[in-house]
Write a protein that binds this ligand. Structure first.
Ligand code: PLP
Length: 411
């Protein structure tokens, strides 16, 4: 008895399994939590770390959800999502896709708990051990982790700062090996706000088609764009075929519905079936009430368009105010965002030999100036920091002023 107890005590309480041994917690969420902790201590923190619209969900969507609850939308639905929602998503896809293979049908659509789950499902069913997947970099932190969880190898392909950190088809071709199986696209891009023009997108899709790579196109920011630069285009518009194309979207960003957790994939039938099967054993259907809310967002087009226009106009004002404020600080180099709601700022000049200048800069900015931003290392770009302008305009402008002050202190 004593020996047994002693040997139990000697055993470590928990050792993560090999499945998650490489997993890093989300750096963007970590920054937000630190900012909230400082605010709770009474500090007047400006949080420019978060990646969610600072608007309430439009009233008509909330009303539709309440009505759905009153009508009993409280039970399991089909794993892949309720049919009217999948039909509305298919209709949206068919407005963009004119290629071969016939129209997108509801059976080609899987609704999930946020586009994050759609992306994970897609990575998990498409890729496995020994597969390499090209990731234009910098890019959203979770792609690397999702691919690693699928035991595939994420291959970062660094974009050129002279091109808003976008990559070209030629650069992807040079990074490919015989083991390359896919490429992740994200336009407008988190964290840079860069937008791939239709011809840039078409060139990458043509390369992928020629090499028989899978393309996962994350289009969560498609509706958030500012004009005057490159206009976003869906891979469904630019692709010659959708045989190897999985398009991901959701309601979180365009409809200010982050907490409802609804995303989806439009995929070739066999891929959609595999994603549905995977989901049937993990989470089952996305929350029924949220699916009805998402259906209202997609189906009540006039109200939805008015809400999106209103939000994008506010983002555009903040973006203009930031670019105006930065006119007096030409030494602070950043990517001019054509979409999404992020400003990616280069802080390489503030480096004093450290490996992660963005993290040092972000810590200085938070500790000395009470402004939270995300270190670029979260996006595999350690010379940069990401600032979100999904915050009230006066906070955004004051945050940028303090960022410039911090930049000058460190250079
Ligand atoms: N894709 C990108 C590029 C994102 O930035 C985010 C959220 O920050 C997501 C997907 C996840 O969105 P959702 O809330 O639909 O899971």
């Amino acid at each position: 008895m004593t020996t047994q107890l002693a040997s139990q005590a000697a055993r470590p309480a928990f050792r993560p399994s090999d499945n998650v041994a490489q997993l890093k917690p989300s750096a963007t969420i970590a920054v937000s939590q630190l900012a909230k902790a400082l605010a709770a201590q009474g500090r007047d923190v400006i949080d420019l770390g978060a990646g969610e619209p600072d608007f309430p969900t439009p009233e008509f969507i909330v009303r539709a959800a309440k009505l759905a609850l009153d009508k009993g939308a409280t039970r399991y639905t089909a794993t892949e999502g309720i049919l009217p929602l999948r039909q509305a998503i298919a209709d949206g896809a068919n407005a963009l896709y004119r290629g071969p293979g016939g129209p997108v049908l509801p059976a080609d659509v899987v609704v999930s708990t946020g586009s994050k789950q759609s992306l994970f499902n897609a990575c998990f069913v498409l890729f496995g051990a020994g597969d390499e997947v090209l990731v234009p970099t910098p890019s959203w932190t979770s792609y690397y982790e999702m691919l690693t969880l699928a035991r595939a190898t994420a291959v970062p392909v660094m974009g050129d700062p002279a091109r808003g950190l976008k990559v070209t088809a030629d650069e992807l071709a040079r990074a490919a090996t015989p083991n390359t199986r896919g490429v992740m696209l994200n336009s407008p891009c988190n964290p840079t706000g860069s937008v791939y023009a239709a011809d840039e997108m078409a060139a990458i899709l043509a390369l992928a088609e020629e090499r028989e790579w899978w393309v996962i196109s994350d289009e969560i920011y498609l509706r958030i764009a500012y004009g005057g630069g490159d206009e976003p285009c869906s891979a469904l518009e630019a692709a010659r075929s959708r045989d190897r194309l999985v398009v991901i979207n959701g309601v979180a960003k365009a409809y200010a519905m982050t907490g409802w957790r609804i995303g989806w994939a439009v995929a070739p039938r066999a891929v959609a079936s595999a994603m549905g099967a995977l989901q049937s054993h993990t989470t089952s259907n996305a929350a029924a009430v949220s699916q009805h809310a998402a259906l209202a967002a997609l189906a009540q087009k006039d109200e939805a368009e008015r809400a999106i226009e209103h939000m994008v106009a506010r983002f555009a004002e903040r973006r203009a105010a930031i670019l105006h404020a930065l006119r007096d600080a030409p030494e602070v180099r950043c990517v001019r965002p054509d979409g999404a709601f992020y400003l990616f700022v280069n802080v390489a000049e503030t480096a004093r030999g450290e490996a992660d200048p963005g993290a040092v800069f972000a810590r200085h900015l938070l500790e000395r100036h009470d402004v939270a931003v995300v270190p670029g290392s979260a996006f595999l770009a350690p010379d940069w920091v990401r600032l979100s302008f999904a915050a009230p305009q006066e906070q955004v402008v004051e945050g940028v002023r303090r960022l410039v002050r911090a930049y000058r202190e460190l250079t």
